[in-house]
Design a binder for this molecule. Sequence first.
Ligand SMILES: Cc1ncc(COP(=O)(O)O)c(C=O)c1O
Length: 406
Amino acid sequence: MINVNKLRSEFPILSREVNGKQLVYLDNGASSQKPKVVIDAISNAYSNEYSNVHRGLHYLSNLATDNYENVRSIVQKFLRAEHEEEIVFTSGTTEGINLAAYAWAMGHLKNDDEIILSIMEHHANIVPWHFLRERFGVKIKWVDCDASGNLDPQAIIDQFSDKTKLVAITHMSNVLGTVVDVKTICHEARKRGIVSLVDGSQAAVHMSVNVKDIGCDFYAITGHKLCGPSGSGAIYIKQEIQKTMRPFIGGGDMIKDVFTDKVIYNDPPMKFEAGTPGIVQTIGFGVALEYMMSIGMDNIETYESELTLYARQKLEGLNWLNIQGKPSKKGAIFAFTLEGSAHAHDISTILDKQGIAVRAGQHCAGPLMHHMGINASCRASFAFYNTKQEVDKLLSGLELARDLLS
Ligand SMILES: Cc1ncc(COP(=O)(O)O)c(C=O)c1O
């Protein structure tokens, strides 16, 4: 069970005012707020325990290296990966998916090979695949969601052909909130020798993830949405796949030795991590994941399901509000416009004046927005520290926006 008032008190920013009103932070899909344990851990790492990692033999370097490397097993536990070495640190999901594209896909895909994507993907899980299309003539096959925003796993599986080499799918849409049955997709992909990548940026924040059960080859997460610092993240890469991958970026740390005529690469995961990493970001990321696991991802999911249901009951029935996507399995994300011609930016500005933070725009999901025929929408995205009272405040803010803009 979640004690939301206690949890809220652990996030200093949640008690501040914005525009003279109590902050209602509903932009968690873009980035979550940070609990004091994470802020303190960052401060402590810089104040008392900072040095570069993997380099020196002195006390602080060893301490920083231990603190940093310790996070690998925390992420392993969070994602329930089989091996710690399957966890590669990144600066976030964008870097993780680019890593998969450069270090795996570019070595395996050629002209006319196919990548399957859903129409709901974030640009981070689209643009790296366009690079392959542009450079190597790889084909991207798109699978639509239905009018409610459901993505039928069978519709994806039906697209698999002899030429399909990769299926790259979001676990939860950052616009519609749709939770995708990635397990069915990844298992069917594996049966056919197709590699699978899951974009877990949104889903990992709202539910417990088990990469072994999902059966994916890659699973990318981003630290700043998981109560951790920006510039932190990780990608799970199944061991067998790692063995077939080239390095990603080159530099220190990812090598065993360098000669004038050759390079001997380090073993994974170091092979995929070059240069001085985000040391303190990663340490803060580990503290954030431990914090979330101490609350319990199942508890978070249960609490948020109730909050989502409450919000759905309040918002979906309004005939002046267009909610984008009413999928049967939906996380705590609501994208909407007002009936009429009010622009999403104006709606969000009016909400902001009420202290309510939402996102407005395309949400880095161009193909989905084009598919839905809209240029922009507002998005309210909830976290485990949000409350039903905040849903009510959102509703009042929207009523005000409707009155002012109609
Ligand atoms: C579904 C999804 N994928 C990928 C990303 C990219 O994450 P990051 O910007 O942290 O790399 C986001 C962030 O908004 C997202 O929501």
